[in-house]
Ligand binder design. Structure first.
Ligand SMILES: [Zn+2]
Length: 359
C-alpha cells in the first residue's frame, strides 16, 4: 500500500496536474512536464470542444472500467469535477488491487543500478504494468536477466540479442553461443540489436553483419526483433527492407525519426516504441504522434536510461511509464486508460505475451 501511495504522489499527481493544466490552456511555467499549452491537440480549443458530449459525461464521476481481465474501479484522475475528487482518487487508487494498464516493452531492469532496491522497484512497476519486456544487451546480462524472468515469471519476459554497442571483434563467437541458448527456453523476442553510429562508426560493418544474423534468428524462430537505431535510422531501415521476406516483425525502439521514416517502418509491418523522449520540451515526437495515431505504437521506458520529465538526470524505472502514456494521451486527445488499452493490445500481440489472469 505504501508503494501505491508513493506512485500516486510521485507519478499520478504530476501527470494529472499537467493534464489539467493543459486542459485549462494555462501558460506552462509550472507544468511538470515543461510542455507548452500550445502542445495540446488543438491549440486554443479546450479538450471539451474536441471530444464532445462523451467527454462531459465521462468526467462526472469515477466509473468502473474494464482493463483486460481486471475489473476495477479507477477514476480518470485527469478530470477533477469537485474538490473532494482528489481525495476519492487517492482512496480508490490506494485500495484497488491493481491498475496494470501498461506494458513496458523495453526495460533493462536487470542492470546493476537496481541491485539495491530491485524488489521495491518491481512492486512499483507491478502496480502499473501487466508485463515488462526485458531486452538483453550482451552475454554478461543474460544471467541477471533470466534471474529476473524466473523470479517474476508473470511479469518479466526476456528477449535475447546483442546490442550494437556491444559488437566487438569476437561478435561472431558471441552470437554462436547466444544462438545455442535460443532452444533452451521460451524467448519473447530477438534483441536488442540494431545499429548505433553515435558511439562508434568504425564498427558499422560488424554491426550490420550482427544485425543480419539476428534477423535470421527472428525469422526462423518467428519472434519479433527489437531494433536500436541511433544516428542510423536509414541504415537500419535498409537492412530490414533487405531482410523482410514477410516473416520479419518487430519494433523500432525509442523511435526518434521523422514522418517519412515512420511511414517506412509501418510499410515494413513494424511498430514504433515511444519512451521518455516524448515528454521532452523540444521533441518533435508529440507532433509526429498526432499524425501517426496510436495503433502501431508501443510504450517503453528503456530504464534505467532516458527518464521522462520530471526525472531527467535520474535513474529511470518502469513505473514512470505513466508519464510517457500521459504525454501520448495528450498528443492523441484521448484518456490515459485508452492509451494503455490500445498500446498494450499491440504489445501483447507483437511479443505474443500470455493474457493476464484475473487478479
Ligand atoms: Zn535498450
Amino acid at each position: 500500500m505504501i508503494s501505491r501511495m508513493r506512485i500516486f504522489l510521485t507519478h499520478i499527481i504530476p501527470s494529472a496536474a499537467y493534464a489539467a493544466h493543459l486542459r485549462e490552456g494555462v501558460p506552462n511555467r509550472h507544468s511538470p512536464l515543461g510542455i507548452n499549452a500550445a502542445d495540446s491537440p488543438q491549440p486554443g480549443k479546450s479538450r471539451r470542444a474536441q471530444t464532445g458530449e462523451d467527454y462531459e459525461r465521462n468526467t462526472r464521476c469515477p466509473r468502473p472500467i474494464r482493463l483486460g481481465a481486471h475489473a476495477l474501479y479507477i477514476p480518470d484522475i485527469r478530470h477533477t469535477p469537485n474538490r473532494f475528487y482528489p481525495l476519492l482518487c487517492i482512496l480508490i487508487f490506494t485500495f484497488s488491487k491493481t491498475i496494470q494498464m501498461f506494458i513496458d516493452t523495453h526495460t533493462h531492469l536487470f542492470t546493476e543500478v537496481f541491485d539495491t532496491d530491485r524488489k521495491e522497484m518491481m512492486k512499483r512497476a507491478s502496480v502499473l504494468c501487466s508485463a515488462l519486456v526485458l531486452p538483453n544487451i550482451d552475454e554478461d546480462s543474460i544471467t541477471p536477466m533470466l534471474h529476473m524472468a524466473d523470479t517474476w515469471p508473470e511479469l518479466c519476459f526476456p528477449t535475447l540479442g546483442l546490442h550494437p554497442s556491444s559488437v566487438f571483434d569476437d561478435y561472431q563467437e558471441v552470437l554462436k553461443r547466444m544462438e545455442n541458448l535460443l532452444e533452451t527456453r521460451t524467448w519473447y523476442g530477438i534483441g536488442e540489436t540494431g545499429l548505433d553510429l553515435y558511439w562508434d562508426k568504425s564498427t558499422l560493418p560488424q554491426q550490420q553483419e550482427a544485425l543480419r544474423i539476428q534477423c535470421q534468428w527472428a525469422k526462423s524462430m518467428d519472434l519479433p526483433i527489437i531494433l536500436h537505431s541511433r544516428d542510423a535510422n536509414d541504415e537500419t531501415l535498409e537492412i530490414i527492407q533487405q531482410e523482410q521476406d514477410g516473416r520479419l516483425k518487430g519494433v523500432f525502439h525509442c523511435f526518434s525519426g521523422d514522418e517519412a521514416q515512420a511511414k517506412a517502418i509501418y510499410d515494413l509491418g513494424f511498430c514504433i516504441g515511444i519512451g521518455g523522449v516524448v515528454t521532452y520540451p523540444k521533441t518533435h515526437l508529440r507532433e509526429l504522434l498526432r499524425t501517426l495515431g496510436p495503433e502501431r505504437v508501443v510504450l517503453e521506458t528503456d530504464s534505467p536510461y532516458l527518464p521522462p520529465v520530471p526525472y531527467r538526470g535520474k535513474r529511470n524505472e518502469s513505473a514512470y511509464i505513466t508519464l510517457v502514456a500521459e504525454a501520448c494521451a495528450l498528443a492523441w486527445g484521448m484518456q490515459i486508460k485508452d492509451v494503455g488499452r490500445i498500446t498494450s493490445k499491440t504489445a501483447r500481440k507483437l511479443f505474443n505475451l500470455p493474457e493476464t489472469q484475473p487478479a
